[in-house]
Design a protein around this ligand. Sequence first.
Ligand code: ZN
Length: 150
Amino acid sequence: MNPPIQESPDGPTSEVSVYRSDSSAAFFDGAAREALLVKQCTECGHLRAARRSVCRRCGSPEYAWRDAAGTGTLITWAVNAASPSSGRGLSQPFGLIELAEGPWLESLLVGVESKDLYEGAPFAVTFVRGPDGDVFPAFRPSPSTAGDHG
Ligand SMILES: [Zn+2]
């Protein structure tokens, strides 16, 4: 069992290695309390990934944050992909996960070797701490649902 993550009352006190902006602050605050947040359109109710600024169904920029279950399946992945924010290569595979709720989310994949990845593999969210102490969601294989088909 992990101890609860302490939040500084003054917010982040060191530079983070993930990109954080006013619009994504709630997402990372959610990650700090181990919640995976998605946006729910307040116009039509459609769910979208946190980085999407407008609803794909109705085009509305309005949204409310909602906790996702944190489970999903692997759509595709890349190994040694360049990090979008830093341009440096990543040693861990980077995948596109379709959440159980529907939105697609790009994520680091942890606890799995690239040779063991396959389309449709079940994954579950986990929360990793970056080198500067920032917490962000990643996905690991989900054995609890691996045999749940047929
Ligand atoms: Zn909408």
